[in-house]
Design a protein around this ligand. Structure first.
Ligand code: GDP
Ligand code: IMO
Ligand code: MG
Length: 455
């Protein structure tokens, strides 16, 4: 990664693992050299952290770049928006003196997450023998309604209360029936306890009563009025900004291995969380992209269920979790931890067209005698160097490791490549070689200054 000052005009930051690769920090660093920062997928399932001037900021819906006063943030059509969450984040920024007025545009085509989506998310997870381990934010059910078309509501529709009430009057009886069905399924034999981080709704019958319809319409229309100054046509805005020579930065949520098409399906999120989602989720052609920064941790983490060949379900995994503070930004769940998987990252770098790697949290690995990188998979005695498309095969994959010496030195203060221990340099060189991409930057701590730029 080039140090701030040497920029490309259109850049995308994308996670090459299962999310939480520290994309927030990279977007923050690159925001210095961009004018517009764009979210195009996911919703409040994302949790992007930036540590700045001793403050920790957590962004779920707002583009991370808004911390920079010159940046305009865009929430594209591909995002699913929870209005109360968005307003909460805007308020949190304003409380620390960061003005969002005039610096944010939310697509009128983005879809709205309602409380019944969160309820459906919760009940679906409870009612299945194979829960995904979602964030409980209603993301999947909202995208389902979007694609299903009949029962979806877009952000632009919040601006007309009479229309919104008519739409909800049509939708809520259906939702009410579905929730009743899911609810009885969830009661029959679920092993999943109700999750404390998901709001509970009243009984599904109450949901479609005349009073409930009016109340929901009035609450969401009020959100619409508050958000009105920011709602508009983001597609037109992005094209105009590009034509005016503005520099655009796309901030992908989640990671490629959670992509609904290219990830470890069905243990994925419900959007295209690789660069493949950029074009559809923003209306800005991906062929204008000049640079794709693929973000990886120096190891691997995953939250929720699904295959994870290099998982360390032992004291080493605990060591990484403790040093990396590996607990979910959104739900607080402990993240599963494991070694770096070069087979998976080679695959995700390819589908994302990554030009370079940003290797994050290297400092976490200090103190280990030996490190390992997965260089191939073994299934029934056969070796594979490619990431399998069949999740059943992935489940049976055993990692083949290359072992490398570790280092003892703490890295938090290291500013230059040459000052890294030689074992750390060797580890990074090997990782870059195995993935087939140069390393643009190495991160040795959460703060902006704890970054080593290599180009
Ligand atoms: P994102 O979703 O990809 O933006 O990542 P998260 O914010 O969910 O998780 C990354 C976590 O790692 C955050 O708590 C960051 O503050 C922290 N972090 C970022 N870079 C580093 C680093 O180099 N070292 C350490 N120890 N922590 C880091
Ligand atoms: P950021 O942007 C890590 C995971 C959930 C679950 C699966 C589906 O911070 O990297 P969902 O609620 O999307 O239906 O859950 O996806 N997941 C994430 N894991 N980082 C994220 O976002 C995630 N967003 C969703 O844990 O396994
Ligand atoms: Mg995160």
């Amino acid at each position: 990664m080039t140090s701030p000052g040497l920029s490309s005009r259109v850049t995308c930051v994308v996670g090459l693992q299962w999310g939480d690769e520290a994309k927030g920090k990279v977007v923050d660093l690159l925001s210095q050299e961009h004018d517009v920062v764009v979210r195009f997928n996911g919703g409040a399932n994302a949790g992007h952290t930036v540590v700045w001037n001793g403050h920790t900021f957590k962004f779920s819906l707002l583009p991370t770049g808004l911390l920079h006063p010159h940046v305009v943030g865009v929430i594209g059509n591909g995002v699913v928006v929870s209005p109360p969450q968005l307003l909460k984040e805007i308020e949190a920024l304003q409380q620390v003196g960061i003005e969002v007025r005039g610096r944010l545009l939310v697509s009128d085509r983005a879809h709205v997450v309602f409380p019944y989506h969160q309820e459906e998310d919760r009940l679906r997870e409870q009612g299945t023998t194979q829960p995904i381990g979602t964030t409980g934010r209603g993301i999947g059910p909202c995208y389902q309604d979007k694609v299903g078309r009949n029962y979806a509501i877009r952000v632009g529709e919040l601006l007309d209360e009479a229309h919104l009430e008519r739409r909800l009057r049509e939708i809520l009886p259906h939702k009410s029936r579905w929730l009743a069905t899911f609810s009885s399924r969830a009661e029959c034999g679920s092993a999943n306890p109700s999750r404390a981080d998901t709001p509970q709704m009243g009984s599904s019958g109450e949901l479609s009563s005349d009073k409930a319809v009016r109340e929901l319409a009035s609450t969401y229309a009020a959100y619409g009025r508050k958000l009105q100054p920011w709602i508009g046509d983001t597609v037109r805005f992005l094209h105009q900004a590009y034509q005016q020579g503005k520099r655009l930065l796309f901030e992908t949520a989640q990671g490629c291995l959670l992509d609904v098409d290219h990830g470890t399906y069905p243990f994925v999120t419900s959007s295209n969380s690789s660069t493949t989602g950029l074009w559809s989720g923003s209306g800005f052609p991906a062929r204008y992209l000049e640079r794709v920064v693929g973000v990886v941790k120096a190891y691997t983490t995953r939250v929720g269920a699904g295959p994870f060949p290099t998982e360390l379900d032992n004291h080493l995994g605990d060591y990484i979790r403790r040093r990396g503070k590996e607990y979910g930004t959104v739900t607080g769940r402990p993240r599963r931890c494991g070694w770096f998987d070069a087979v998976a990252v080679r695959y995700t770098a390819q589908i994302s067209a990554a030009d370079e790697l940003a290797v994050m949290l290297l400092d976490v690995l200090s103190g280990l005698d030996e490190l390992a990188i997965c260089v191939a998979y073994e299934v029934n005695g056969e070796l594979f160097a490619e990431f399998p498309s069949d999740p059943e095969i992935l489940l049976r994959c055993r990692p083949v490791y290359e072992r490398l010496p570790g280092w003892k030195q703490e890295l938090g203060q290291v500013q230059r490549w040459a000052d890294l221990p030689k074992e750390a340099r060797h580890y990074l060189d090997r990782l870059s070689e195995l993935v087939g991409l140069p390393i643009g930057c190495v991160s040795v701590g959460p703060a902006r200054e704890q970054t080593i730029f290599l180009t």
